[in-house]
Design a protein around this ligand. Structure first.
Ligand code: SF4
Length: 231
């Protein structure tokens, strides 16, 4: 596992759980709005964290933490992810996995093995604009379609989420995404925030009123949709 960051406590990342967050290095997407640019472009630049440090933290926080969020970068690119998650489970902690959905076979294998208790998958845009929005021109979203279908089958609690970015997304993209995941259990529209460490530049957030308008569009097909991080 290439672990590039460890947040020892989060009350926000794992719904209704106290957790720590492990950040893995490397990603196959180049989303201009990615707020973890160094994790994607220069994984390990700021040092790497041995797996044992995570296990030592869990040992110390028994009875305090419920689970571990594994995020990135893109965790499913890590070849030894299954073994890492298995060890977390053996220690008695839950696992929440964040993914960009580009590795459906790896995701299916983890779910089959029962190694994720909650999955949060990014839905970046409509099929037509996927490549532009993820910074990989010409990208064929077929793998993302497979991951969406896998989660919609409902074998594990999940959420889809989209970071809405002015200049990248249109209202039509949101209508198309809502069609794509119609009836999903949980779908969150997140406001874009400039972390100061983005992959791209010249990006802006939609206003709160615009976000509410986008929410109205997606709720026509995904009634459970909600805003996240929008006042
Ligand atoms: S936001 Fe995009 S580039 Fe950044 S980690 Fe997620 S999928 Fe990769």
């Amino acid at each position: 596992m290439l672990i590039c960051g460890l947040q020892k406590l989060t009350l926000l990342d794992y719904p209704e759980k106290m957790a720590c967050t492990v950040f893995t290095g490397g990603c196959n997407f180049r989303c201009p709005f990615c707020h973890n640019a160094s994790l994607v472009l220069q994984p390990g630049r700021d040092g790497v964290i041995p797996e044992q440090e995570v296990f030592d933290l869990l040992e110390k926080r028994r009875g305090v933490l419920d689970g571990v969020c594994v995020t990135g970068g893109e965790p499913l690119l890590q070849p030894d992810l299954a073994a890492f998650l298995e060890k977390i489970h053996q220690m008695g902690f839950l696992v929440k996995l964040d993914t960009n959905g580009a590795s459906p076979e790896a995701l299916a294998a983890l779910l089959e093995a029962g190694l994720a208790d909650y999955v949060a998958m990014d839905l970046k845009s409509s099929r037509e604009t996927y490549g532009k929005v993820i910074g990989v021109p010409g990208y064929d979203p077929a793998p993302v379609e497979k991951s969406v279908a896998l989660l919609l089958r409902g074998g594990v609690p999940y959420e889809f989420r989209t970071t809405a970015v002015r200049g990248l997304h249109t209202k039509a993209d949101f209508a198309a995404m809502a069609d794509w995941i119609a009836g999903a259990e949980h779908y969150y529209l997140q406001g874009f925030v400039d972390s100061g460490e983005l992959i791209g530049s010249g990006l802006a957030a939609f206003s709160a009123d615009e976000m509410r308008e986008l929410l109205g569009i997606v709720r026509a097909k995904v009634p459970s949709a909600a805003l996240r991080g929008v006042e």
